[in-house]
Design a protein around this ligand. Structure first.
Ligand code: GDP
Ligand code: IMO
Ligand code: MG
Length: 433
């Protein structure tokens, strides 16, 4: 058996949580491979909405789906406890269905302070992080100072923790950050308390578990967080997150060899959004952008920030499909464009020297404001002017919409397998059925 991957092709918030929840009943295991509580994955069913941050989106699936938090994830015990307690209150027997890698890294209270201090020091050049301590935690991992989930089982954990904390506090002092030690003291107490809760979970060598499961013909869906354009290597650096959000990240973030990978589901919205700073070539600053934002309810699931909105960018999408080797595309939030008389799609960029390119270039805007220094070149399509939210089969979809989909497939070279026409589980159309 091979492991399939589902990941974002844009700047995050494509609707990964919804589709993982839809596909999960077809799998034995759902495994998150990177990111942390910077993610907010929204699921809607039975008239209720759930937002998952660190816990995989397979937890609500009927049947026996095991969920795994992989070694590539960074975990904040306090936020994990809050998220887990909400699920348990909803009747999910989380302890029975969740395994957490001992090799996942721990977000410490000082990591959040470092995140805030780093952003403050950058002033207007800030990245606009989610403030969850993601960057500093991954920085510690790479510089070999990190604390891992398995460390909390070590008798000497207090000593390891204190050394790391002291080092962070020294860095904060050097940055001139004003740390409120009383507030920090209570955050630390809450964190240490949350570790006791974390210890009651199945802390496991999940790389063995996922590989043995594949050997025994069990199926796995690997769930990504963020999106390809936020990848630390291939995104619009430095306005990115601190992990590999691309397909290769599923290998390193779970301990799966490349030959173990099967399908790669690449998910994108019918338009584009971005939260935080950084270049966004097709961003709209006009009434159309406002309309997409308001119809699509484009406000961040984690920070509540307004998402920047713009037309679909096929230059970036083609790039993302290439980097990930996407085998199947999933198009989300198609219904949001129902009322637009015409719809634009960017198919090429004009570079500052006047050259036209269809290939995503190095450094699309590395000016201090992180603005795009390319000009998008658009194709315009007639809108379908049909309400699609109640469509359940391909035959219910208007021809003008199917023409838009066919154009994307032709330009990107990969078929669209699933269309989403609303936030609910049921508002999902499998094109090949
Ligand atoms: P994720 O981080 O990729 O899981 O995506 P988010 O949950 O952050 O953002 C996607 C938002 O769009 C959520 O509020 C979803 O409920 C909503 N959503 C998902 N699919 C659709 C869709 O097809 N149409 C509409 N209108 N909303 C959708
Ligand atoms: P999901 O999984 C959208 C963005 C932040 C910021 C940059 C770095 O819900 O799609 P970080 O806190 O990671 O250091 O912030 O990345 N970002 C996201 N944007 N969706 C997400 O996750 C994101 N996670 C991080 O806004 O620009
Ligand atoms: Mg999200």
């Amino acid at each position: 058996m091979k492991a399939d991957i589902l990941l974002g092709l844009q700047w995050g918030d494509e609707g990964k949580g919804k589709i993982v929840d839809v596909l999960a009943p077809d799998y034995d295991i759902v495994a998150r491979f990177q990111g942390g509580p910077n993610a907010g994955h929204t699921l809607e069913f039975d008239g209720r909405k759930h937002v998952l941050r660190s816990i995989p989106s397979g937890v609500f699936a009927k049947g026996s789906v095991t969920n795994v938090i992989g070694n590539g994830v960074v975990l904040d015990p306090v936020l994990f406890r809050k998220e887990a307690a909400e699920l348990e209150a909803d009747g999910v027997d989380l302890k029975a269905i969740l395994k957490i890698s001992k090799k996942a890294h721990l977000i410490m209270p000082t990591h959040r302070l470092l995140d805030a201090a780093g952003e403050a020091a950058m002033g207007s050049a800030k990245i606009g992080t989610t403030g969850k301590g993601i960057g500093p935690t991954y920085a510690d991992k790479i510089s070999r100072h990190g604390l891992r989930v398995g460390d909390i089982l070590d008798a000497n954990f207090d000593g390891i923790y204190t050394a790391a904390k002291e080092s962070h506090l020294r860095t904060l002092r050097n940055l001139g950050a004003n740390v409120d030690m009383a507030a920090f003291g209570s955050a630390e107490e809450e964190w240490l308390d949350a570790l006791d809760y974390l210890r009651t979970f199945d802390l496991a060598d999940t790389e063995h578990y996922v590989n043995k499961s594949l050997d025994e013909d069990h199926s796995i869906l690997c769930e990504g967080a963020q999106g390809t354009m936020l990848d630390i290597d291939f995104g619009s650096y430095p306005f990115v997150t601190s992990s590999n959000t691309v397909a290769a990240g599923a290998c390193t973030g779970l301990g799966l060899a490349p030959r173990r990978i099967g399908r790669v589901y690449g998910i994108f919205k019918a338009y584009c959004t971005r939260v935080g700073s950084g270049p966004f070539p097709t961003e709209l600053f006009d009434a159309t952008g406002e309309e997409i934002c308001s119809i699509g309810h484009e406000f961040g699931a984690v920070t509540g920030r307004k998402r920047r909105c713009g037309w679909l960018d096929l230059v970036a999408l083609r790039y993302a499909v290439m980097i990930n080797g996407a085998t199947h595309l999933i198009m989300m939030k198609s219904d949001v464009l129902d009322s637009f008389e015409s719809i634009k799609v960017c198919n090429a960029y004009r570079l500052p020297d006047g050259t036209i390119t269809r290939d995503f270039p190095f450094c699309v805007g590395r000016n201090a404001a992180g603005e795009a220094d390319v000009e998008p070149i658009y194709e315009t399509f007639p809108g379908w002017l049909t309400v699609m939210s109640s469509a359940r089969k391909k035959k219910h979809l208007p021809q003008a919409f199917l023409d838009y989909v066919a154009y994307i497939e032709e330009q990107v070279g990969v078929p669209v397998a699933i269309i989403s026409v609303g936030p609910d589980r049921e508002q999902t159309i499998m094109l090949n059925e």
